[in-house]
Design a binder for this molecule. Sequence first.
Ligand code: HEC
Ligand code: HEC
Length: 457
Amino acid sequence: MGYSTLPIAKFHGSLLLIGLILFQYFSPLVYADESKTIERLIELTEPRGRAAQEKVARINAGKKAYMQFCVHCHGLQGRGNGKASAYLHPFPRDLSLGIFKFRSTPSNALPINEDLYRTIKQGIPGTAMPAWGEVLAEETLISLVEYIKYFSSRFQIETPDFIMPIGLEPPYEKRSIEKGRIVYKELRCGRCHGEKGERSGRLDNKLTDAWGNPSVVYDLKQPGLYKAGYSSEEIFHTLVTGLDGTPMSAYDYVSAGDLWHLVHFLQSQQKNDKISPLRMSQKIVSNSISKKIGVSPEDTAWKGIESVSVKLRALKSASGHPSVIKVQSLHNFEQIAFRLQWEDETPEMAKPGANFYMDAVALQFSSKSRFDLIYYGMGERQKPVNIWHWKADSFQIAEGQSQVRNKFAVNPFSEKSVEEMNASGFGTLTVQSLEDQQLVGRGRWKNGKWTVVFLRN
Ligand code: HEC
Ligand code: HEC
């Protein structure tokens, strides 16, 4: 990792200075009062000149990226209360408390830069926290690490502790797994995780985390849901450092030997799922054909057209949501169409009196040419996005399917099941006027699968 080459630790003096400069963004009044002190600080600060300037430049770059990519979830002052946060669970981290789940340092210590860098780059599986490594440059990731540390004064007062050593892993074998099973019992991990690590959902005893929210355990049999990674070393690290702020405390008093056995026991319980890393960026190619494109989900034109599997990210971690959506696209230079398919055992449709979300899917297009310049959730001010939205009504169930109990063909919100909308930031979503609606579309649920087609000139 390129990170460790940065001479960050040398700049203690300038760290303090920049902390105060940054403060002006958040509290201009205080800044005015303190400006004399800051001038004095500048005098006293080492290093001066270029090094300090570079540092300021990096923090500014971090702020810019934060305002574009993170503020919607983590909030203006890093308190985890951005506009999107209400839709998410777990909530985005309140960065102002300086409590971090994923560290290589002991419990209650600050994370090192590399820990934060890793989280931002790789994302947090099973939550809404994206993996930014694919869309942001290394430089930007590093500047983000520097910037978010200013949300908590802890970083100005303390320095991170040492890294917890992990030692040598003994062979993964039956004896070790059996020992791990005993340790798991003795340490009563099952209280929270179930006898074999299978429990998921909120903790029965209503435990909350340090941020005052209900704490959730995830199914430890699914390696893809291990937030801090599922390799032997990573699980060992989780056990020995704990996930600060959550009921998952550090087992640093347990011998390394026993911890390795525990790791092996957990691994023996894991399902052998193929795990693909979280992705932020995938290419979908629109294939050109020479005939007219139909709106029917079963149109034969779709046969043999390359399909891209897009992994979905749960906004609220709950089991049972579809995890992959398959996307195909066709165009004939006049019309463009997208076909989306995903598995769903229980279709949720608009019915009179229903107060649940019905099944829906949307595509979002940037009005600028390069999408990665725009925040992916609802766009930004002056950077509008065009959204194609489809929602299910009971017309769309294939004939003869058992799920069709109430054949009310109702969609209470609009006559069409597809709509074109525009947005430039959270809270700005508007439906285009009827005469501007150019979109047609149709969905069909059959044999546990939705197929939805969007078509537009
Ligand atoms: C769509 C919402 C969303 C966006 C956008 C987002 N995050 Fe997060 N972030 C989360 C959530 C949710 C969590 C908490 C997950 C958990 O607690 O398991 C989180 C946690 C974190 C953590 C805490 C890691 C720890 O060890 O506790 C850091 C640091 C972080 N995000 C940084 C960022 C940065 C930097 C950006 C912008 C580049 C960003 N996030 C953008 C949702 C988001
Ligand atoms: C008091 C309840 C509690 C006990 C006891 C407990 N855990 Fe946890 N554990 C949690 C919670 C809650 C989480 C999820 C925290 C989060 O992601 O916010 C968790 C997460 C984990 C994870 C997932 C880490 C990741 O990367 O996502 C592992 C592995 C784990 N625990 C193993 C264990 C083992 C092994 C024991 C016994 C030595 C144990 N836990 C004891 C509550 C507990």
